[in-house]
Unconditional design. Structure first.
Length: 337
């Protein structure tokens, strides 16, 4: 059964689930996501979406992040904005414009995001990206994507660089960083540290972030990972998870990145949306319903030539089941102090 896609208007997702009424296979004509099918470079998009009320509220549900800036009014009291990582998964999923999402059994190993400006309710956003590099390491095929979302006025909203093992057995590898970091994150804190909720003029190197506690449920994970578009994967379907040697579905790396987005907004406020950056490495899988604790420590404070102050952090996540770190990384933000 075929359908003319042109008759559909812009929808809020990369795949318009309404096509299922008239289409047997929503992914017909797309490639299987296998390393040997890669083309380097390979372009994706541009594709445009409108940031509507549903998209913002859905993200708040998946992240359990109900900041009033997203649901009531923006930081300036005006138009609502989206959570800083709102478009992160849209950028990650750009590859499904050419590859079958329901055949993907990969593992996100690294994520970088640069936050350039907030996205506004009702705004039309255009996204495009490309696979820019691929390589084999320890028997696994890796691919690197770079992508960007821009507003209707042409300004950059967010930039993304992600590294993923394209096709693997997630339960067998247990999570691997794409390379050894020059600055390893140990997750250790100073003895008797000072805990802070946000950065201010009194912040010092060695200060530790008050932990952010989360439980990401199976329902939240499934919605984040596109079950509303009828996509089945290791995040939304227990059978596929078990075929990947996982006992239950695991939380997508990009969803965990969104939890760091929440923490960084708490720490840096509105400045995070315009001058924030993080680099995260996903080093162990996180099962749905496994409680996690996110924190970090201040590693550097630098006064810059334009009068702003750059604050740098090490950040990490621990899962409650065994206290193992699942995510490690680095973050920084420039702000007026």
């Amino acid at each position: 059964m075929n359908v003319n896609i042109d008759k559909y208007q812009l929808w809020r997702d990369l795949t318009d689930p309404r096509r299922a009424v008239e289409t047997d296979d929503l992914e017909a004509g797309l490639k299987d996501p296998l390393f040997e099918n890669l083309e380097i470079p390979e372009q994706f998009g541009p594709v445009s979406i409108v940031i509507d009320d549903h998209k913002i509220k859905r993200f708040s549900f998946t992240q359990d992040d109900y900041n009033p800036w997203y649901l009531q009014a923006g930081p300036d009291g005006g138009t609502r904005i989206g959570q800083p990582c709102l478009l992160g998964n849209d950028l990650v999923q750009l590859f499904t414009l050419k590859y079958r999402g329901s055949k993907t059994v990969g593992f996100h190993t690294e994520e970088q995001m640069w936050f350039d400006s907030p996205v506004r309710l009702g705004e039309k956003v255009t996204m495009k990206g490309a696979y820019v590099e691929s390589y084999v390491r320890r028997g696994q095929g890796y691919v690197v994507m770079e992508a960007q979302a821009v507003g209707e006025d042409g300004r950059s909203i967010v930039r993304h660089r992600g590294v993923e093992i394209l096709h693997t057995v997630p339960g067998a590898i247990g999570g691997r960083a794409s390379d050894k970091p020059a600055r390893p994150v140990t997750g250790e804190t100073p003895e008797n540290p000072r805990y802070i909720d946000h950065v201010d003029q009194n912040t010092k190197v060695g200060d530790v972030l008050s932990p952010l506690e989360k439980v990401i449920t199976a329902e939240q994970t499934a919605v984040f990972s596109r079950i509303g578009e009828y996509v089945k994967n290791i995040h939304s379907d227990i059978q596929i998870a078990r075929e990947g040697k996982l006992p239950v579905p695991i939380v997508q790396g990009q969803q965990q990145a969104g939890v760091f987005g929440e923490l960084m907004v708490r720490v840096f406020g509105a400045s995070w949306f315009t001058d924030g950056w993080f680099q995260l490495k996903f080093i162990a899988p996180l099962q749905v319903f496994d409680p996690i604790s996110l924190t970090g420590k201040v590693t550097a404070i630098t006064r810059e030539s334009d009068g702003k102050t750059k604050v740098e952090l090490e950040v990490w996540t621990r899962r409650a089941s065994d206290n193992r770190m699942t995510v490690v990384g680095w973050a920084s933000c420039r702000l007026a102090l």
